[in-house]
Design a binder for this molecule. Structure first.
Ligand SMILES: *Cc1c(COP(=O)(O)O)cnc(C)c1O
Length: 398
């Protein structure tokens, strides 16, 4: 997945445009910038590629999630439904607003299970935030139906699945709002950075103001701008946006290469009848950043993960035991460990996750192994790797 593997001349040229003017900020300094508006250019290019009306860049994917929720009015005490299998950014972005992260089971899609979502809805629920983990998506149609009938926001975390699609729509643009990350290990990177995409003008304008101290961005004198509401600073810099422009131009090339390598590994693993693959909802196309499969039992998954590592097959992950991605290791959330006092609403409403039953998630994540698809491999390396994986796993099953 990581776009940094193919960092090159295009990226350097873009950054150099900014260094030539010395204007590192995305707003103002019109006279000095020699017509260079990298953040605006990246936003326009992203809107075009994602076939959506509006894009607003921010400083990270985590910031994008917070800004997306804030721009749609999510605040203290509102409950946001999120999966047990994701990245810690999901609950961080919710907590940042004083809202309450409600963990919900995942299934064979490795993302939100629609029935579990339905069961978790209360009068305080304001949004559902599926996370398109490891390159594939949640059952967005089912989630949208639930959201529409309960008047809830659908906010897609597409940080790990940029370039994938569902029913012909780029991931991130099916729900009310979508979020991307351009951190250093994502499919395309700007070093640090993120984006909020939407077709809703009101949310877009709110995101634009909120991420820059509430500035209304009217006129060309920042000092004279009004602040229609409170905001914060989640701005991206021109240097970061410049790298992003070059990487976005290469997105489709990256996706094509990921699909090619993914297919080689998948076809090889398909010869093992005991292995099943992660379920992709009907109408969905992955971005092929990972290949995720299930072993017959949790014990075999643990063994296969260890054996693959020992054989030198790197970048295969067993998320069930991972510190960042699965609820079992989120002790700081479960124990509400924070430096200062948490908002009253969070203290009162956060469920006691030591008592939760996430056996559905455990059943799938416990048997899952996800292998990163690297852009820097050669076809020969992928073929060799696929063969080694097959031999290693077959050895365990005999
Ligand atoms: C990377 C990631 C984020 C956060 O992005 P940052 O840019 O690192 O803040 C959020 N959600 C998911 C699923 C991610 O993988």
């Amino acid at each position: 997945m990581p776009g940094f593997e193919l960092f090159g001349e295009k990226e350097k040229k873009q950054v150099n445009d900014v260094l030539e003017t010395g204007v590192l900020m995305r707003y103002g300094f019109d006279g000095m910038r020699n017509g260079q508006w990298k953040a605006k250019e990246f936003e326009n290019a992203l809107s075009k590629r994602m076939q959506c009306k509006y894009t607003h860049l921010v400083s990270s994917g985590t910031a994008a999630l917070t800004v997306a929720l804030a721009s749609a009015g999510v605040g203290a005490g509102d409950e946001v439904l999120m999966p047990t299998f994701t990245f810690v950014a999901s609950f961080e972005s919710i907590l940042a607003l004083g809202a309450v992260p409600i963990l919900v089971d995942v299934d064979a899609t490795l993302t939100l299970n629609p029935d579990a979502v339905k069961k978790a809805i209360t009068s305080k629920t304001k949004a559902v935030m599926p996370v398109h983990m490891c390159g594939s998506m949640a059952d967005l149609k089912a989630l949208k139906t639930i959201c529409d009938s309960h008047n809830l926001l659908l906010v897609e975390d597409a940080c790990q699945a940029i370039g994938g699609s569902y029913e012909g729509k780029p991931l991130g643009t099916y729900g009310d709002l979508g979020c991307f990350s351009f951190d250093f290990v994502k499919t395309i990177t700007s070093g640090e950075g993120g984006a909020v995409v939407t077709n809703n003008k009101n949310y877009y304008v709110n995101a634009d103001h909120y991420s820059d101290h509430g500035h209304d961005h009217i006129g060309s004198d920042r000092g004279a701008e009004e602040h229609p509401f409170l905001g914060y600073n989640y701005r991206i810099s021109e240097l970061h946006a410049a790298v992003g422009i070059a990487q976005l131009e290469r997105l489709d090339e990256f996706l094509q290469r990921q699909q090619q390598y993914y297919t080689i590994v998948r076809e090889a693993l398909s010869t093992i009848s005991e292995i099943t693959f992660r379920e992709v909802p009907v109408g969905g196309i992955e971005n092929y950043s990972f290949l995720s499969f299930f072993m017959p039992t949790q014990e075999l998954a643990e063994k296969a993960h260890k054996a693959l590592g020992a054989e030198g097959v790197d970048a295969c992950f067993y998320w069930f035991a991972n510190n960042w991605h699965y609820y079992k290791k989120w002790d700081h959330l479960t124990n509400k460990t924070s430096l200062g006092k948490l908002p009253k609403e969070v203290q009162e409403q956060l469920p006691d996750y030591t008592k939760s039953d996430f056996s559905l998630s455990d059943k799938w994540v416990g048997r899952n192994i996800s292998c990163l698809i690297k852009l820097s491999w050669t076809t020969e390396e992928v073929e060799e790797r696929a063969q080694k994986m097959v031999e290693t796993i077959k050895g365990l099953l005999n």
